[in-house]
Design a protein around this ligand. Structure first.
Ligand SMILES: Cc1cc2nc3c(=O)[nH]c(=O)nc-3n(C[C@H](O)[C@H](O)[C@H](O)COP(=O)(O)O)c2cc1C
Length: 317
């Protein structure tokens, strides 16, 4: 059984990925959020910063590219190769309308012939290639026409998030469609979507014995010890999870304080993590979380967060 950290743009940066690997020991692969190939063409190395920071430090890192034409995608893959990566992932799942409307991410799925051209070119780069894909852009059966194309190539693996692009990250994952189409892939299959607990993981694992690896995203922010729980088959206490969140938060905060200029940038970058951190503090510390998220200055924010962590670590078992 292999476990992967999912790419989450804006959250799973190099610092976060390092914390997860350190906390959990055996995470088999960690994926970078996508490098936008069109931006790379215009802005160059600036968009590679997060990946470059991990070079030589994160053996398990698989960098990801998002694009719509073979040439722009290959330019990024060539750069990954130059940086020493032997494997990369192509994003065919991003649901955001400005992306998908331009035949990128999940917007590629209704165009199997485009996917064919992209993969033909990508496989020439000379590194292992995997694909991360949804069931479709608008409908869950769109992937059916893509499968013969994916099966033409020697892909490292295919990671499936069983939603369509229109759903974004909401609504149910379509396990029935996943169970139907995943075994028809020639490549190894990785499952990604809504694994939030040890119990949920166990249930998916028994449903889909053919799955080779399991990817966890949002739940790794809510519980930075989730991989360990799964590996060791034992849930962590609330106190341990709160302590891991405190450590994760403090390392991210220190990094953002150093690298960003101005309080508003810092607040803008750290506060979204609370969408995920907050779960463990519910319901009794809800007001304290609210106070932190509403804080207007970095000083007030820090004071509120410190109070919250102190109370949680005092009172949680
Ligand atoms: C805010 C956000 C950003 C994401 N960014 C990426 C990304 O850059 N590349 C990618 O392949 N998937 C991205 N995803 C999708 C996740 O990798 C994952 O497939 C999805 O969230 C389902 O898994 P989860 O329920 O374990 O989070 C993103 C998801 C969210 C919520």
């Amino acid at each position: 059984m292999k476990l992967y950290l999912a790419p989450i743009q804006g959250f799973t940066n190099s610092t976060f990925r390092e914390i997860i690997v350190r906390n959990n020991g055996n995470v088999d692969k960690v994926f970078s959020p996508f490098v936008d190939a069109k931006r790379y063409r215009k802005e160059g190395e600036k968009v590679m910063k997060d990946i470059v920071r991990s070079v030589g430090k994160q053996q398990q890192l698989i960098p990801q590219v998002l694009g719509s034409t073979p040439s722009e995608i290959v330019a990024v893959l060539d750069r990954f190769k130059e940086l020493g990566f032997e494997e990369a992932n192509i994003n065919m799942g991003c649901p955001f309308p400005p992306v998908a409307n331009k035949q990128m991410g999940s917007g590629l799925i209704p165009f199997p012939e485009k996917i064919d051209e992209i993969l033909a070119a990508a496989l020439q780069v000379g590194i292992r290639i995997s694909v991360k894909i949804r069931l479709g852009w608008i409908n869950n059966d769109e992937i059916e026409a893509v499968i013969p194309i994916l099966n033409k190539y020697d892909l490292e693996e295919v990671i499936i998030h069983p939603r369509n692009g229109k759903q974004q990250y909401k609504g149910e994952v379509d396990l029935e469609s996943f169970g139907k189409i995943a075994p028809t892939l020639k490549a190894k299959v990785c499952y990604s979507g809504d694994i939030t607990s040890l119990e949920g993981f166990e249930s998916l694992k028994s449903k889909f014995p053919f799955v080779d690896s399991w990817m966890i995203g949002r739940a790794a922010i809510s519980n930075p010890l989730i991989f360990k729980s799964i590996e060791e088959n034992s849930n962590r206490s609330r106190k341990e999870i709160a302590a891991a969140i405190k450590q994760t938060h403090n390392e991210l905060y220190a990094e953002f304080s150093e690298t960003l200029s101005g309080q508003s940038h810092l607040m803008h970058k750290i506060k979204p993590y609370w969408d995920y951190f907050e779960a463990i503090f519910q319901p009794e510390l809800r007001q304290m979380v609210k106070k932190a998220v509403k804080a207007g200055t970095a000083n007030n924010y820090q004071a509120a967060v410190n109070d919250l962590f102190a109370k949680a670590l005092r009172e949680f078992e």
